[in-house]
Design a protein around this ligand. Structure first.
Ligand code: BGC
Length: 451
């Protein structure tokens, strides 16, 4: 059952990736139909990350009040509404509005879906199952690139947007059959429902023992939570370090420059000397495919190498490949070298920096603070996503490709030091044990395996 939960919840990841990737192909068709000033074009592209910041900001409260599963139902409806409005839009402003709605849905679900998956997963599979969400994002991006490639000739941007309705309907249908998170139910005092949900999830058994033992562990963790905890607790020791780790993981993920590549790949290929639009789009699809394939490898490695080591491997890989890209650009090696460097960059990102912030943010907060903490992490995710996407063309014009990618490479070096010093290993440790550790007042970075 937890595989089914992960698969259904991850459909929102497909929508996340699809809405991110589709604009790359739709933009040129839209330019032919509407008068698009650079400002309007930027606004249309950035409407999704901007809406997502709003969605991320309200996601903690919503998942706390309505539940992790139930909140995904209006989110699916919002995806359908946004896609439909974008498909029938008769003005740029209507498109901006529709994409903002999609963005709000993306923002809520990029916090709610990993949270739902983490809270329903057995501890030995949690990293792998939460990584399903990242896998779905990469599949969504790849599908968007392929749709772009297929529909580019007809300039059919309406169909491009309308296709987003399909996964949203699947999400809606799938959710109706799933149990709620036992941890959320327990938090509401609904102990019988929590026990039933745990039974359904584990088929009566789970890695933590049987469902009853799991509910007992949740009960003990909740009993140890201080009453009347407020948001301010997150900004005091020892929780402050946890918030900083979660927010910095997304800051570093975004400042690695991933979305400069995801949103602007064809343009980057042009700048490095690719000959035609067709080869640019094909190379872009290649990037999308590497992204998917290496995320599958990550799902395997995350439970073997662990989170911390995999993160360090990823930062080394992204820093080195970005340095290679800078060199290829400066030395004028042109197309093939930059294609190899970009391919390696995506591979290093996908195997590590892609899934791990989602995995870690859903693990390191105590239940009572999880919603608010993950909401802050998601604001960081979308705020920096917006910053990179919005500023990339401006920076490119000002300091050139080598300059911008040098900044990204430097950020990956900082990321390596950060992972080494601050990020704990959470592999195979139950959420309740992590909570006990934090409640003891010890810093997150000193977390050790359960005895
Ligand atoms: C990031 C997205 C990015 C995607 C690329 C995700 O982990 O949050 O911003 O576009 O990975 O695969």
């Amino acid at each position: 059952m937890h595989y089914l939960v992960a698969a259904v919840a991850a459909i929102s990841g497909i929508l996340f990736g699809f809405d991110e990737g589709i604009i790359a192909g739709a933009a040129s068709a839209l330019k032919r139909e509407f008068v698009l000033t650079p400002f309007l074009e930027g606004l249309m592209t950035a409407a999704v990350p901007l809406g997502a910041v709003v969605g991320a900001a309200v996601s903690g409260r919503l998942t706390g009040t309505y539940g992790r599963r139930r909140i995904l139902i209006p989110v699916a409806l919002l995806f359908i509404l946004g896609s439909a409005l974008a498909a029938v839009a008769d003005s740029v402003w209507m498109l901006v509005g529709a994409r903002t709605l999609m963005g709000i849905a993306v923002g809520i679900s990029s916090m709610a879906a990993p949270l739902y998956i983490a809270e329903t997963a057995p501890k030995n599979l949690r990293g792998r199952l939460v990584s399903t969400f990242q896998l779905a994002i990469t599949v969504g991006i790849l599908v968007a690139y392929l749709v772009n490639l297929m529909l580019a000739e007809d300039d059919d941007w309406r169909l491009m947007f309308a296709l987003g309705i399909i996964p949203a309907v699947l999400l809606l249908a799938g959710l109706s059959r799933l149990p709620e998170s036992p941890r959320w139910l327990a938090q509401q005092g609904r102990w019988d429902d929590a026990a039933r949900a745990a039974m359904r999830l584990g088929g009566g058994r789970s890695a933590e023992g049987n469902a009853e033992a799991q509910v007992a562990a949740i009960r003990a963790a909740l009993a140890a939570e201080p009453v009347g905890e407020s948001l301010a607790t997150l900004f005091r020791r020892p929780m402050r370090a946890t918030v900083i780790v979660a927010m910095c993981l997304f800051l570093l993920q975004q400042l690695s420059g991933i979305n400069a590549v995801i949103y602007y790949a064809p343009q980057i290929f042009r700048a490095t000397g690719f000959a035609s639009e067709a080869t640019e789009l094909m190379a872009t699809v290649g990037i999308g495919a590497i992204n998917v394939a290496m995320t599958v490898v990550a799902m395997w490695l995350v439970e073997r190498l662990g989170r911390r080591r995999l993160l360090m491997v990823g930062f080394v890989g992204t820093a080195v490949s970005l340095a290679g890209l800078v060199l290829a650009t400066v030395l004028g090696g042109g197309g093939p070298w930059s294609l190899i460097a970009l391919g390696l960059f995506i591979a290093a990102f996908a195997v590590s920096l892609g899934p791990l912030p989602y995995v870690l943010m859903s693990e390191i907060f105590p239940l009572g603070m999880r919603g608010a903490g993950m909401s802050l992490a998601s604001i960081s995710n979308w705020g920096f996503n917006f910053m990179v996407v919005f500023s990339f063309p401006i920076l490119l014009a000002a300091i050139g490709l080598a300059g911008v990618f040098s900044i990204f490479a430097a950020m990956c070096c900082i990321g390596l030091i950060f992972a080494w010093r601050q990020v704990p290993e959470t592999r195979g440790i139950s959420l309740e044990h992590i909570e006990r550790h934090l409640r003891s007042g010890a810093p997150l970075s000193r977390l050790r395996p359960e005895d």
